[in-house]
Design a protein around this ligand. Sequence first.
Ligand code: PLV
Length: 322
Amino acid sequence: MLEHFHLNTPLLESLSMSKRAGTAVYLKMESSQPSGSFKIRGIGHLCQQVAKQSKGVVCSSGGNAGMAAAYVARKMGLPATIVVPSSSPQLVVQKLQDQGATVKIKGKVWDDANAEALRLVETEGLTYVPPFDHPLLWQGHASVITEVAASMGPSVKPGAVLVSVGGGGLLCGVAQGLKDVGWTDVPIVAMETVGADCLNAALKAGRVVTLDDITSEAKCLGAKTVCTKAFEYSQSSDLIIISELVTDQQALHAVETFLDEERVLVELACGAVLAAVYSGVICRLQDEGRLPTPLGPLLVIVCGGSSINMEQLANLRHKLHT
Ligand code: PLV
């Protein structure tokens, strides 16, 4: 890769999560990225490849892909238009504007905002920055695994990698990264919330399906249709991908526990992956024989997210009655 916009993030051992999981837990702290999430890896890479001569970029986003696109565009000296659905909180709109982006609010969920972004590509000649469905994004996201492999050294290999799934871009990047470093036997646990479960629904149906609506509060997991590549990976015999769901309540509880114990505030989309440990999903998968016992160290991709502050956390607690 050329000069890049993302940081080599810390890999932290969590003793409290390790105690719960019964094996070492390592946190890849993508919440520390300049744009607040892992998205900058893929979007930075994609923009370097496709946006250099551009008159401006347009990105449809639940929030975090937009934050990454706005940050990268600012660094590249390009105008950015970010289209978000009305479900994105005002605090994200404000942060996008602070990055110098023009924000358009369109529709109820990400799919509506995406239709508008594609229209702007046609009418304004802007360069499209997709949030999750593009090989250059996956190539950029794959760096999260190559970094971990370099930090862990050749004698350590994770027992499983835990990721959140929205449209499946992070999943594709992690899958590619595992291939790049020769860790294809490491299972990926793909976490979604009930009501933003397009991968899980596709696996149940045996084909890519489109959800009727996004009913989860984890709006950044709220793509109605998972990208085809993520579905193909999940069907492939080269990789082990286990799809699991948690409720919004479990994701929120995970966000709160993580804040208490690790002193880092992440959004609900990231709570979904943390809940795999806090809500006992990993231990259950071991009991069911779907993950081995004993299990090697868990690698949790702490995807981060900007759609959260103390006020938003209080709103979520109120909405979800916890
Ligand atoms: N969020 C996308 C898609 O939203 C966005 O536009 O920001 N964790 C966080 C904090 C995220 O923001 C996202 C995606 C994910 C996980 C899931 O990543 P994906 O979409 O690559 O599976 C609709």
